[in-house]
Design a binder for this molecule. Structure first.
Ligand SMILES: NC(=O)c1ccc[n+]([C@@H]2O[C@H](COP(=O)([O-])OP(=O)(O)OC[C@H]3O[C@@H](n4cnc5c(N)ncnc54)[C@H](O)[C@@H]3O)[C@@H](O)[C@H]2O)c1
Length: 372
């Protein structure tokens, strides 16, 4: 089998995660040919060379267009800030490359649709960085729901909270500018949306409220700048199958480091998951006598695939970067024509429609359908 030539654009937080995944996917899963880490792009030639040496890439460039023009690159990881995703992915797809692009697709719905159309036209695989759906715990929750372990689901509540913007004196940076999108809605909201649409189904309508806890922030170079994005967003949701729910987001929630809390309630039980304890599922069912009923903790283990690909021992736990390795393998499955768990640009556009419906709901103070 031919080895895929990998290009990586951007080497910050997510760039490193993609690089680790590309390095680890073969040793973890064993399938297919080992990807060839071929070309890396950053904002300057010096930074690109330094990162290429650290991450194990052969070539480097300070101009991402050179990477896309490289005939040996078969697939491009795009891990730059949101406003560059459309231009970079569309160029990569037009050059006949597969794409693995970080979420969200783009700040505007028009650009997200252009990205999806470019993927359709190119006939290439285009997958988004929705790592949380890859967690063996989440996959098991999905199985429990399909097996009706908690009966018919009637309500889901998802809360995503972090505190990297909690300090009023945290610097203004690209996530504070409207060029990145609305704020918590597209930075965070897309993750809960990837989870709820996977676990429950399509949304019928949403009612949202966004908030800015701090009106301005200091600039690194001195002075202050008005914050253009909302760090908080709260949304009531209703699914096409009648399930009700809520998605609450806060990037300025002191004490919350990587919280993605999910509660699912059914007619015969409940399931609770916390991303900060990502190897555990809490399950409550009616199978026990009511004198012994209570939530019990299920620890992920080799019988929760694909945990078994990482470790033979139960309860040792996977981490965030492992989710990216699983996502990378799913992307390769799609390229190899195999079944995969992935959010492609097709499903990604539906998530973007939901985000824009939420923003419109806030602006117009009414229920909005993502299909409007
Ligand atoms: N999937 C997840 O859980 C997750 C988590 C965090 C961020 N993200 C997404 O990943 C993307 C990047 O976020 P991040 O936190 O890694 O940002 P970051 O600021 O840490 O890294 C961005 C990198 O892109 C580089 N870059 C910027 N412009 C470039 C250009 N023109 N050419 C080449 N390189 C360029 C920057 O120098 C930087 O190294 C965003 O879209 C974000 O929403 C996803």
């Amino acid at each position: 089998m031919k080895s895929l030539g990998v290009g990586l654009i951007g080497t910050g937080y997510m760039g490193k995660c993609h690089a680790l995944a590309w390095n680890a996917v073969k040793p973890v899963f064993g399938e297919g040919a080992r990807p060839r880490l071929l070309h890396l792009a950053e904002v300057s030639a010096d930074l690109a060379r330094q990162r290429a040496d650290e991450f194990g890439f052969e070539k480097s460039t300070g101009d991402w267009r050179q990477l896309i023009a490289d005939p040996d690159v078969d697939i491009v990881s795009i891990t730059t800030p949101n406003q560059f995703h459309a231009e970079m992915t569309i160029a990569a797809l037009a050059a006949g490359k597969h794409v693995w692009c970080e979420k969200p697709m783009a700040p505007t719905l028009d650009d997200a649709i252009r990205m999806r159309d470019a993927a359709r036209k190119a006939g290439k695989v285009a997958v988004l960085g929705y790592n949380y759906i890859q967690n063996p715990s989440i996959r098991h929750i999905d199985k429990l729901l399909r097996e009706k372990t908690i009966g018919t689901v009637n309500h889901i509540r998802v809360e995503m909270d972090e505190d990297f913007m909690a300090d009023p004196e945290a610097h203004f940076y690209w996530k504070s500018a409207s060029s990145s999108g609305y704020g918590a809605l597209d930075d965070f909201g897309v993750h809960p949306l990837s989870l709820v649409t996977t676990l429950i189904g399509p949304l019928a309508r949403v009612f949202s409220h966004q908030a800015k806890p701090y009106p301005d922030r200091p600039l690194k170079e001195g002075g202050r700048r008005t914050v253009e994005t909302y760090d908080i967003a709260t949304t009531l949701v209703e699914f096409e199958n009648g399930v009700s729910g809520m998605i609450a987001l806060n990037r300025s929630a002191w004490g919350r480091k990587g919280r993605l809390g999910i509660q699912i309630f059914g007619a015969e039980g409940a399931i609770v998951f916390e991303q900060e304890r990502m190897n555990e599922i809490q399950l409550y069912t009616l199978k026990e006598r009511d004198t012994e009923r209570g939530f019990r903790t299920i620890l992920t283990a080799p019988h929760h695939p694909p945990y078994d690909k990482f470790l033979p021992a139960p309860g040792h736990g996977l981490g965030f970067n492992d989710l990216k390795i699983i996502e990378c393998r799913q992307l390769l499955n799609l390229i190899e024509g195999k079944p995969a768990v992935a959010i492609t640009f097709e499903e990604g556009v539906e998530i973007e429609r939901a985000v824009h419906a939420m923003a419109r709901s806030h602006a117009e103070q009414r229920w909005v359908s993502p299909k409007e």
